[in-house]
Design a protein around this ligand. Structure first.
Ligand SMILES: N[C@@H](CCC(=O)N[C@@H](CS)C(=O)NCC(=O)O)C(=O)O
Length: 213
């Protein structure tokens, strides 16, 4: 049984939750309360010495970093279109997953931290970081829009880990006033994915857990 540690406001956690849901692997999800500092508790530091979520425990085997966790779970699940075995197909999935994880997610992270989290934890709002995040999105979302205009999914004609990474990265859009409707192909792709069972089994939308906690 896999134990997945995370927090619902953490996009990297949500990549892992969406991935395990898509793969249908039996697991237990354990909430780590970041606001209470549980990530720095001696118990949690034994699971992830970096003091961050997400983390995974598989019968004593410990792993962190959302991308590494997802690829490990894909390995457990076996070869599939979601994370293909063919070298070049897999490389393309990695390319787009990295693009989403290393460009879109940090851009959204700048907006999310400064527009939402800073207020929650009493940190100073960095307006420069908000501008940088917006500029990063203005540079990269048009490219993704062009890609999704020409094909159904980010890395080709099949849903892959790249789509999961992007959808998790874009989840806070409404909360941070990023207008996805300016990108009709992204909007259509996103709506279709959010209606699917694997997504709905995790949550109806980003931060849905906030309303019930
Ligand atoms: N690159 C890591 C990012 C992990 C990360 O930064 N997690 C944040 C939440 S989004 C965290 O745990 N922060 C708690 C802290 O820094 O104390 C991944 O993809 O897993």
């Amino acid at each position: 049984m896999l134990n997945i540690y995370g927090h619902f406001l953490s996009p990297p956690t949500n990549i892992v939750r969406l991935c395990v849901s898509y793969l249908g692997l039996p697991h237990e999800y354990i909430h780590v309360d970041l606001q209470k500092g549980e990530q720095s508790s001696p118990e949690y530091l034994k699971i992830n010495p970096a003091g961050r979520v997400p983390a995974l425990e598989d019968d004593g085997f410990l792993l962190s970093q959302s991308s590494a966790i997802c690829k490990y779970m894909c390995g457990l699940s076996g070869p599939s279109d979601f994370y293909p075995e063919d070298l070049q197909s897999q490389a393309k999935v990695n390319q787009w997953s990295d693009f989403a994880g290393k460009h879109i997610m940090p851009a959204m992270g700048r907006l999310f931290f400064n527009k939402i989290v800073a207020g929650m934890i009493g940190a100073e709002i960095d307006k420069g970081a908000i501008k940088t995040g917006e500029a990063m999105l203005a540079r990269d979302l048009p490219l993704i829009e062009d890609v999704l205009k020409s094909r159904e999914f980010l890395a080709g004609d099949k849903l892959t880990l790249a789509d999961i990474t992007l959808i998790a990265g874009l989840e806070p859009a409404e909360m941070v006033q990023v207008d996805i409707s300016a990108y009709p192909s992204i909007e259509k792709w996103r709506k279709t994915l959010m209606e699917r069972g694997f997504y709905q089994r995790v949550h109806s939308h980003f931060a849905a857990e906030m309303q019930s906690s």
